[in-house]
Design a protein around this ligand. Structure first.
Ligand SMILES: C[S@@+](CC[C@H](N)C(=O)[O-])C[C@H]1O[C@@H](n2cnc3c(N)ncnc32)[C@H](O)[C@@H]1O
Length: 424
């Protein structure tokens, strides 16, 4: 047990290698139906769920991303609620955790896939009418022939009446966006590679559906007889209590980080299709940690956060403002989490500290202070080594952004923390 002391030095803790899960299979069942950055290791989420909740209880991931914790909750006999603002996260989480009855899926897919053949008139399907500006964005990324096929395919998907099957197809469609465009596959940021040989849409889509179908069927079998449920909401965590009406037993999440990923950029093409907008800049403003997030007029209740921002102020005022905004947004989210968590329930946060312009961004300390200020007790802190491939481990020293290149860049996440905070 660790003391809930604001000057408690997290970095001094011993590493607990039993939480590393080095080499663990992270792709079983539906876990890898769609790419998503900074995913949980499923085994890590499972261990937290099993240690801090009981069967039949409700687990909430308020930044659910691709739904890793939600699936692990179901697999261990819990119910789960996921919230995320990213439309990609919303569809992936829904499809990942709610398998379709295999024979019904097979039947629906057989009927649907016939329409993808030129013999059955695929070339006569009207291309989906996206708003002109949205189409402009897509045209800059997707070769003409592929874009035509995608628009026809999107028309057919939108004609599907069964919601579960339509969502299933949308996830498959979303996951082929990077393959079937000039997107430089190894890049997290949107980067075009005009030398890329862009594959054909329909065979790529068909392979993706077949892969997902196999995983869907396996999950269906695993969940047979289970009475658990998963609900997913596309919503802002700072307004969590207006969408989540269930009382929650355990909250488990890994938050966005300040000025690291722009989740809207990471999924740029999918977001344009799913939201039918080119106003990505407008969407970004609502994402916590985004460089476009709007400053908040909120008193930050953490001395550590104030000290970090003051230090940064002397180096880079813009960055200092971004960090203040980030902490204010996280605090607003925590207040909302508190509204839905039952008394005696636990909040488990998986979080690493980072460094920007030479200033330590002590996220773990700040979050612990914010929760203890709300009357929670810091019951336990685990310091776990990060095996490496699940989170970006290097930052560009100038911009502070995550990068995959190694030269001259600093390792930022040799370890991370798991905070366990109990509501009094
Ligand atoms: C580190 S990721 C979570 C990944 C997740 N644990 C998984 O296994 O896939 C953080 C998530 O926070 C989401 N996010 C950022 N700002 C948000 C907001 N205001 N409301 C809800 N979700 C938000 C992002 O879309 C992203 O999916």
């Amino acid at each position: 047990m660790s003391e809930a002391d604001p000057v408690f030095d997290f970095e001094e803790l011993e590493l607990d290698t039993s939480w590393a899960f080095e080499g663990a299979d992270t792709k079983y069942l539906t876990h890898d139906i769609h790419r998503y950055p900074a995913k949980f290791i499923p085994q890590l989420a499972r261990r937290i769920i099993e240690e801090y909740s009981g069967k039949g209880e409700v687990v909430l991931d308020p930044f659910c991303g691709s739904g890793t914790a939600l699936l692990e909750a179901r697999l261990t006999g819990r119910n789960a609620i996921g919230v995320d603002l990213n439309p990609v996260a919303y569809y992936v989480s829904k499809v990942k955790t709610n398998p379709i009855e295999p024979r019904s899926l097979k039947r629906q897919w057989e009927r649907f896939s016939q329409k993808l053949s030129p013999i059955f008139g695929f070339n006569k399907v009207p291309p989906y009418q996206l708003p002109e500006k949205a189409l402009e964005v897509l045209s800059a990324w997707i070769p003409e022939r592929q874009l035509e096929d995608m628009r026809r395919l999107f028309t057919l998907i939108n004609e599907v009446e069964d919601e579960s099957f339509r969502d299933f197809l949308l996830v498959a469609f979303s996951n082929i966006q990077k393959n079937c465009s000039w997107w430089l596959m190894k890049s997290v940021k949107p980067t075009r590679n005009f030398k890329k040989k862009v594959p054909e849409v329909i065979p790529t889509f068909t392979r993706q559906v077949e892969r997902m179908r196999k995983k869907n069927d396996q999950l269906w079998e695993r969940l047979e007889g289970s009475e658990t449920w998963v609900k997913v909401y596309k919503a802002d965590t700072r307004e969590l209590s207006s969408v989540v009406s269930d009382e929650v037993d355990l909250i488990l999440f890994s938050p966005p980080y300040v000025t690291s990923y722009e989740y809207i950029d990471v999924h740029k093409l999918s977001v344009v299709w799913l939201e039918q907008t080119k106003e990505l800049r407008e969407l970004k403003k609502h994402f916590i940690g985004s460089a476009s997030a709007k400053p908040k007029d909120v008193e930050i209740r953490s001395g550590t956060a104030e000290r970090i921002a003051a230090k940064l102020d002397r180096k880079d005022k813009r960055l200092a403002r971004a960090v203040r905004t980030y902490f204010a947004d996280m605090q607003l989210s925590f207040e909302e989490m508190d509204r839905v968590l039952k008394t005696g329930g636990v909040v488990a946060i998986v979080i690493g500290n980072t460094k920007l312009k030479g200033v330590e961004i002590k996220n773990a300390e700040v979050f612990a202070e914010m929760f203890t200020d709300m009357g929670y007790s810091l019951e336990r802190v685990v310091k776990r080594p990060i095996p490496g491939k699940n989170l970006p481990t290097t930052r560009d020293p100038k911009t502070g952004k995550f990068t995959s290149a190694k030269n001259g860049h600093v390792k930022v996440y040799p370890h991370e923390f798991i905070l366990f905070l109990r509501k009094a």
